[in-house]
Design a protein. Structure first.
Length: 170
C-alpha cells in the first residue's frame, strides 16, 4: 500500500510544482491546491493507514487496539482541508482583483515599483507637498504661528490667516 501512495504523492507534488512554475496566477493557485492534497496524502500514509487498518475504536480488551490506525492524523488532515479551502478562496479573490485592476493574470506582465519611474517620483513629490500643506509648517518642522487648543463647545475658526488657500481649518 505504501508504494502506490508514494507514487500518487510524488505525482501530485510534481504536478503542483509544474503548475506553480507556469506564468498564470490561477495555475499557481491550482498548484498550491495540489501541494495541499499531496501533503494530506503524505500525512495519511505516515499516520499508518493500510487497507487492513480498522477504525480507531478500542473494545474492552486491550489487545483489540492492535492493527488500528492512529486517530490523530485524520483529525489534522480534516483541519488542513478546511484551511487549504479558505486559503485557496483567498488566493482566487486576490487573482480576480489583480486581473480586474491590471487586465492580466500573468505575473511577468504586472508592473513593479521600478517600472513606474518618473510617474512615481512625481506622485511622491506631490504627496510630500500635500503633507507639508496639511501640517502648515515652514518645511523645517516649525509651525507658522502659535498653536492653541479650543475649549469644548467653542466653534472653530472659519478662515486660516496663515494659509489663504484653505478657507476651512479642520
Amino acid at each position: 500500500m505504501e508504494l502506490p501512495m508514494a507514487m500518487a504523492i510524488a505525482v501530485l507534488y510534481a504536478a503542483g510544482t509544474f503548475m506553480i512554475l507556469r506564468p498564470n496566477l490561477i495555475r499557481m493557485v491550482m498548484g498550491f491546491g495540489l501541494y495541499s492534497n499531496a501533503t494530506n496524502l503524505l500525512l495519511i500514509t505516515v499516520g499508518g493507514y493500510t487497507r487492513t487498518s480498522g477504525a480507531p475504536f478500542v473494545g474492552k480488551d486491550p489487545g483489540s487496539a492492535v492493527g488500528l490506525m492512529d486517530p490523530l492524523p485524520p483529525d489534522i488532515i480534516l483541519t488542513a482541508i478546511v484551511i487549504s479551502f479558505a486559503v485557496s478562496a483567498l488566493f482566487l479573490i486576490i487573482c480576480y482583483r489583480v486581473y480586474a485592476d491590471h487586465g492580466t493574470d500573468n505575473p511577468e506582465e504586472l508592473r513593479v515599483d521600478d517600472d513606474f519611474g518618473h510617474e512615481a517620483e512625481a506622485w511622491l513629490d506631490g504627496a510630500a507637498r500635500g503633507v507639508r500643506e496639511l501640517h502648515r509648517d515652514d518645511g523645517e518642522g516649525q509651525a507658522r504661528g502659535p498653536l492653541s487648543l479650543l475649549p469644548t463647545g467653542e466653534p472653530r475658526p472659519t478662515a486660516n490667516p496663515g494659509h489663504p488657500a484653505k478657507a476651512d481649518c479642520p
